[in-house]
Design a binder for this molecule. Sequence first.
Ligand code: PMP
Length: 440
Amino acid sequence: MALDRPTPNDLRAFWMPFTANRQFKQAPRMLVEADGMFYTTSDGRQVLDGTAGLWCCNAGHKRPRIVEAIQKQASEMDYAPAFQMGHPKAFELANKLVDLAPEGIDHAFFTNSGSESVETALKIAIAYHRAKGDAGRTRLIGRERGYHGVNFGGISVGGIVNNRRHFGAMLAGVDHLPHTHIPENQWTKGQPEHGAYLADDLERMVALHGADTIAAVIVEPVAGSTGVLIPPKGYLQRLREIATKHGILLIFDEVITGFGRLGSPFGAQHFDVMPDMITCAKGLTNGVIPMGAVLTTAAIHDAFMQGPEHLIELFHGYTYSGNPIASAAALATLETYREDALFERCAEIAPYWEEAVHSLKDHRHVIDIRNMGLIGAVELEPIAGAPTQRAFAAFLKAYEKGVLIRTTGDIIAMSPPLIIEKAQIDQLIGTLGEVLDSLD
Ligand code: PMP
């Protein structure tokens, strides 16, 4: 089916996010339909979705249960005020989410995105300590190469230079742990052996600032957006131990690792490390409608529930927190994951994925490969003086050849929907291999 492609003149008004706007508008890449594992482009081509949209469409596209749930909810009640009013689906969803989360996570606060989940978790962490009479604990600790969304708290605890340097002052009182991507771990399949000691830097920060100034440490169990950094064996456990020892909250940013991407509902279960809070979004609604959540322990929630009952406990929230249509989409999404046993499916197919991704080792320009669950990364040797260009050229060629990948710097990241078939893995990896060999 040939579909009309809008002319560049139609594209002027939209200032696109994280996009080279001028370049894009000269040769736009337009997606107009999506079904299962495939997008359809405006010129009628099928493109295999190797990235689950932006790490979010874990159940694949146009899932009937989700489509119907949205339509039904829109026709019953489109919106309800989020403050001092409720509606049943948000409560139902919160219960389902905490049931899915690790034992000990008991409450859910709703947001509209990963970025908002991060801001919410950071604010809850500081306010929690204050509620417990520990108002000096305001310092936040993130990690180099961490991605925690794009709002001011998130870019402050995040560790991506480009996301920070244009925007003036960051939050005060933020430190960063070293990232965990060390040369000893090159070509590792799954979790690397070396680097658990990198968590000990938290002890150094405690020694430097005093534990009684530190509210929380936030990390992604697997860092995705900065090129797929897999935690070394024992690293997350060590971080948990040190945080617990010093009364510091541990926040797992599971915006990517949540909802089955590692083969468990959350990364916390996969790595068997219990955080105090989990931030999530993306796969919560299969990417269909913006929604995020912060999941917390009872200890955190209950610290706020102490004052007079008629007073608001947490001065924070969004117009669309727990939005009815988003809640309906999320409930249908969780049901789809359950009905199709997609988290188990991810765990089952992950070994095949691992071998496929690592089969790219001998292709041109490849200097490292990493994987975990249904996540894979292929790192390319940058072109001297032109970083990012080789990987971006790979992205463009792959798209021409009918597969969607993502690039960050000179790293190609892949994270297909959890419904991917082996033949589609072969298509994705086979095409990428051809693309790599054709690059300058
Ligand atoms: N945290 C992590 C770990 C993420 O990967 C992302 C998005 N890639 C975010 C936060 C931000 O999410 P959003 O784009 O929905 O604000």
